[in-house]
Design a protein around this ligand. Structure first.
Ligand code: SAM
Length: 331
């Protein structure tokens, strides 16, 4: 039975775990230019601590755990962690968010350990532009990673593109074609105002309505159509006729999906974040390292869920999250 019901009667069954706040890319909207992770190894949860927290969450009713970061594939012994999490009774789904730089070498083993669902960030199909957005990323390696995930049979594979005016918004159609050609899914994401540079990136905001109009016009030219599907997460999802691909739009700014929010986030340093856009958080690392029992930790989690804010305020009040970096929270 799920014991994690928040004050707005939302059932929390999804935990996103950021396994590291380091990343091999430095996307400008995700991390401020001069932000460096100086996290010491001892500050970060070790694999046993992560697994213990995950097990406690599963006993409280969580069934889905997403691994994110930073870049999860640079975390040492990530495969051991995947295996340990996969052995927790009650955890039925372990998707991964990655920039895919290292995915080619990991795809098969990840799949062997039960990771079938993968979200891959890719904001441009132009090498130079891709390197600029990611401050040094290698597009070729990312495409190799995507193709490796397809070859080993991961499904669904979702591409995530953060759409920014005058930066990459001219590539909406090209990205759509790229996904359709590979029979994988794609989601277009509005920039969220997190971190000082994330807030600046709001100036390049492209609205959900504009993105949708561009997708529809493009698909109409290709004699396709999209059909509205029920929203199953923080995205409007559409099925493309005559295609295996689906399109989603994550419009956290134009819209908000908070009424159906079913998730909380654990940072690499063990802080439980109750809302992507609000400050509320509690340190589970401190609780674990103070030798609290499982029952005591459950009480801390239940009481934190009791303080989960109703909604983010990306569209009304961005100041209060200025000091937070997306690279630390994991998206
Ligand atoms: N390194 C992994 C990756 O690239 O997917 C996982 C971490 S990354 C923080 C997770 C997602 O957050 C990515 O899809 C990224 O594009 C998105 N993201 C980061 N900063 C964002 C922002 N300010 N607005 C919207 N999405 C953002």
């Amino acid at each position: 039975m799920n014991k994690l019901i928040d004050p707005f009667l939302r059932k929390i069954n999804y935990l996103r775990i950021s396994v590291t706040d380091h990343c091999n890319y430095r996307c400008f909207y995700c991390r401020d230019e001069f932000h460096h992770s100086r996290t010491k190894r001892s500050e970060v949860l070790n694999l046993e601590e992560i697994t213990r927290i995950a097990r406690i969450f599963s006993e409280l009713g969580v069934s889905k755990i997403r691994l994110t970061g930073g870049e999860p594939l640079i975390r040492k012994n990530i495969l051991s962690l995947v295996k340990m999490l996969g052995e927790i009774p009650g955890i039925s789904d372990i998707p991964l968010s990655t920039n895919a730089h290292l995915l080619k070498q990991y795809a098969q083993e990840l799949q062997n350990f039960g990771i079938n669902r993968v979200n891959i960030s890719i904001d441009s199909l132009q090498e130079k532009r891709f390197a600029e957005i990611t401050r040094g990323g290698d597009l070729h390696k990312v495409i190799e990673g995507i193709d490796a995930a397809i070859v080993v049979g991961m499904n669904p594979i979702k591409l995530n593109m953060v759409v920014m005016q005058d930066i990459n918004s001219d590539e909406i159609e090209a990205m759509l074609d790229f996904a359709i050609d590979r029979e994988i899914d794609i989601r277009f994401i509005e920039t969220m105002p997190i971190g000082a540079d994330g807030i600046k990136a709001l100036e390049q905001h492209v609205s959900q309505a504009h993105i949708l109009a561009r997708i529809e016009a493009h698909l109409q030219r290709k004699l396709e159509k999209i059909q509205l599907r029920e929203t199953d997460g923080p995205a409007h999802n559409y099925q493309i006729n005559n295609s295996k691909s689906r399109v989603g739009i994550i419009s956290a700014v134009s819209d908000n999906f908070c009424a159906t929010c079913n998730r909380v986030r654990l940072t690499a340093k063990g802080r439980l974040i109750l809302c992507l856009g609000q400050e509320h958080s509690v340190s589970l690392r401190d609780a674990i390292r103070a030798d609290k029992t499982d029952d005591e930790i459950k009480q801390i989690i239940i009481s934190a869920i009791g303080k989960k804010p109703e909604k983010h305020e990306f569209n009304t009040n961005v100041k209060n999250i200025e000091l937070r970096q997306m690279v630390e929270i994991g998206g």
